[in-house]
Design a protein around this ligand. Structure first.
Ligand SMILES: *Cc1c(COP(=O)(O)O)cnc(C)c1O
Length: 339
């Protein structure tokens, strides 16, 4: 598939590593777990949004925009990475932050909130949970236009057809790495939120005839709600690419057992996953996304969902800054007799 016909900016000058996790796999008792280090993508620190923004910012520049507008939760990695891209490109940047948990946005908070200020965001509008985010961003765009600016709106998580191309590019990068490293994977496990990552990867796998099932782990929704979103995203990406295929419903698979009590709130399985990967491989996961996704991988492995001798791939999607906002939750749990 030829992605070179789409405008793209390059924020990572190399492929991210594909690594085996020997000590983690042993601690788990199988399967053999590998990791795609998309936490090592570019943009202060990078994550899955970096790949989407390569195409989204490429498009923004192609249409002559000078201002990016996007939205997210108070500790949004997507907002941070969008701002980092804006800084590098010399664009202005505005956020609409949805307080999904009332009172949770504090301008002085650490982690991503600190980085919003350090990288110099132009404005942050905080709105209550349930606000129509598209309308709220349109209102900011009207303000920008009134001041002679040229706004470009990026949806939450960068998850539209253009953003999804970033994970088609990732699928192609993986295909090359599978071939070079000579590994035949049984499953790929990936976080499923605004669905650009899961949906883009699925469109990329189908379009490149990579016949490996993708297992999504929901970070905010159960499959009944999540799967249609992923299907819609994968189809939009396939249509933009002109693949001429209908994404089969059966290719969309997610599990919803690990995100509760609520998006972004800790649970014990997440804490175990964050600790286990830190203490077996010195790799940091985050509490909101990758910790819960890895909890899902661990849970499925214990249920016997994977064959014990199979190679599976965990896609690390980044998120490290949020870890420091949850330090007490992550370490309080360690005051048990076993540690
Ligand atoms: C946004 C995000 C996800 C979820 O990806 P989507 O494309 O929104 O489904 C997973 N992990 C991290 C660290 C993220 O910031």
């Amino acid at each position: 598939m030829d992605l070179s016909r789409f405008p793209r900016r390059r924020y990572t000058p190399h492929a991210t590593p594909l690594e085996f996790l020997p000590r983690f796999s042993e601690a788990l008792g199988g399967p053999r777990v590998w990791i795609k280090r998309d936490d090592m993508l570019g943009l202060t620190p990078g994550g899955n949004k970096t790949r989407k923004l390569e195409f989204l910012v490429g498009d923004a520049l192609a249409v002559g925009a000078d201002t990016l507008i996007t939205c997210g939760a108070p500790q949004s990695n997507h907002c941070r990475i969008t701002l980092a891209a804006a800084v590098k490109e010399g664009l202005r940047c505005h956020f609409v932050i949805e307080e999904r948990i009332p009172g949770s946005y504090r301008a002085s908070a650490g982690g991503n909130n600190f980085l919003f200020r350090l990288l110099g965001v132009d404005s942050i509008s905080v709105v209550p949970a349930g606000t129509n985010m598209a309308e709220a961003m349109q209102a900011v765009a009207a303000r920008v236009r009134a001041e002679e600016g040229r706004p470009y709106i990026i949806p939450g998580g960068g998850s539209n057809a253009i953003g999804g191309l970033g994970y088609v590019a990732c699928a192609q990068e993986l295909q090359q790495q599978f071939f070079e490293q000579g590994i035949r994977f049984g499953h790929v496990v990936v976080g499923s939120g605004s669905s650009g990552t899961h949906g883009g990867l699925l469109a990329g796998f189908l379009g490149n005839h990579i016949d490996i099932p993708i297992v999504g782990i929901g970070v905010s929704r159960d499959p009944a709600e999540q799967d249609p979103l992923v299907h819609q995203e994968a189809q939009a990406v396939a249509d933009l690419l002109g693949l001429g295929i209908g994404i089969p419903r059966s290719a969309v698979l997610s599990f919803g057992n690990w995100w509760r009590p609520k998006y972004s709130l800790p649970n014990a399985a997440m804490v175990e996953a964050v600790q286990l990967l830190a203490r077996t491989e010195a790799i940091l996961l985050d509490p909101v996304y990758t910790g819960k996704v890895m909890a899902g991988l661990i849970g499925l492995a214990r249920e016997g969902y994977f064959r014990r001798d199979e190679d599976i791939l965990f896609v690390h999607t980044g998120g490290a800054p949020a870890l420091h906002v949850y330090e007490s939750e992550i370490l309080d749990e360690t005051r048990g007799p076993s540690l």
